[in-house]
Each structure stands twice: as C-alpha cells, then as structure tokens.
Design a protein around this ligand. Structure first.
Ligand code: CA
Length: 257
C-alpha cells in the first residue's frame, strides 16, 4: 500500500529564513503516524516552523506521550496500531486538553471528516496531501491557538437564565446540573453566549468555531447545533437559548440572569 504525495520543488524546506519570519517557532509538535516515510516527510517540513517535532508510530505510545507533557499541536493519523486516531482525539478532549489537533486520513469520505471534527479535531487533511498545505494548516492552528489564549484571559462565567457557562473549566450547567458537551458543542455555545443577539450564518460559524479550511461543511454546523440544542433546550421547538433565524442562521437569545 502506498500513497502518492504531491511534493513539489517548492515543498523543499527553506531552513532558518522562513522560520524566523513565521513567528510560530519555539513550539513542540507531536506527529502520530505509523507510515514511517510520511512521518519523516512531515517532520522535515515542520522543523521549518517549530522547534521540536516528535514522531510516534503507535497509538498507545501517543497516549502515553500525551499524558507526559503538553504539546503545542498534534498531527494525528486516523488509522494507527493499538489505539486509533479518533480514540486518541476523544481521550485528549475528555481530559480537557485543548491542544490543536490536525487529523490525517487515507479515506477522504465525508463520514471520516465529520467524525474527526465531532471528536474534537480542529482540522482535517485527507491523504494524499501537499506538504505545503499541511505546514500552512499547522501554522494556522498554532496562530489560532495563540490568539485564542490571548483572547480568553480573563475568562468570565456567563450566566443566562438557567444556563451557566464556565469557560475556564469548559463546563456547562443547566439548572445546576452538569451538561456533558463535546469540545465543539462547548465552543459553539460559548461563542454564541459571548455574542448575544447577533445572528451568525453557518459559514461564519465554521470560520469562528472550526477555523481555517472548513468551507463547504455547513451541514456539520447543523448537526452540532441540533445536538447542542437537544442538550440545553427543554423544548427545541421553543428555544430559550439558541434561536434559528430562518434562511440566515442562528442567534443567542438567552437573557442574562
Ligand atoms: Ca495509518
């Protein structure tokens, strides 16, 4: 089994010069990929934008490394020996680690893409991919993480009617009871609650909540929104928090407590 990689001359790393200009160095990235040639190729090109790239070729080993230290980004193959990429992603998010995750997969089916994003991956790249594209996506994720960190200090709880959102713990309570949300459901809710009464369409939400590279996946927003609402709304036909604005998108209508 072999993968064709779209490697162009321009894909060759340009040491040092680009690294200083990128502004995203002193970063540590974990690459979990069992195909050794692909893993090494990724490493060579990423060394251009970050300080340390650690390769692992096995899912169980990745789980161990993720427990041991904090990473600035993870590149995660979907099919891996022992523990697969989706499961790793799920575990990382279940432990409230908000490191950016870029998922790789040999299958470019919609289902895989949607699953990866729903498990909390931040971005998704089907094989075969261009290494330039991969590096661009990683840079975007690192930049985005920096902006998010800068934006989220200080983080204040948002209380609306019976809903309480704690961004620091990424926890949500409804009438005092904990509501279990996935990473993206939380991000969506927090984003809406931070911008009350403002209408967002699906493509704006993809930009704001999912970030770079999700054009054309507006239905992902719908499925997340439906699940989020089923968890926080007592009656989804008469929502108290997130209202559908027909033909446009959604808006947060919860009133401050
Ligand atoms: Ca694989």
């Amino acid at each position: 089994m072999s993968h064709t990689f779209l490697i162009h001359k321009a894909d060759q790393p340009k040491q040092k010069i680009k690294r200083e200009a990128s502004g995203v160095n002193s970063k540590q990235i974990l690459v979990v990929e069992d195909e050794l040639d692909i893993a090494h190729l990724i490493k060579i090109h990423l060394m251009d934008v970050c300080d340390q790239v650690t390769l692992v070729h096995d899912g169980a080993q990745a789980v161990q490394l993720l427990k041991q230290k904090k990473w600035d980004a993870i590149i995660l193959d979907l099919k891996l020996p022992n523990v697969d990429g989706l499961e790793i992603c799920r575990r990382v998010r279940a432990e409230n680690q908000w490191v950016p995750i870029l998922m790789l997969t040999a299958k470019s089916t919609e289902l895989d893409r949607v699953l990866g994003l729903e498990m909390g991956a931040d971005d998704y790249l089907p094989k075969p991919f261009s290494v330039i594209e991969l590096v661009a996506r990683v840079k975007a994720l690192l930049r985005r993480a920096q902006v998010t960190q800068a934006k989220e200090i200080p983080v204040e709880n948002i209380v609306c009617e019976d809903l309480e959102i704690n961004p620091e713990q990424r926890a949500v309570k409804l009438c005092g009871q904990q509501v279990k949300l996935t990473a993206k459901e939380f991000d969506l809710l927090h984003f809406f609650a931070s911008h009350p009464d403002k209408v967002y369409n699906r493509s704006q939400l993809l930009d704001e909540v999912w970030g770079y590279g999700h054009d054309g996946y507006e239905h992902t927003v719908n499925s997340h929104m439906n699940r989020l609402r089923s968890k926080i709304e007592a009656d989804t036909h008469q929502p108290k928090y997130i209202e559908t604005v027909w033909g446009v998108g959604y808006k947060f209508i919860g009133q401050p407590a």
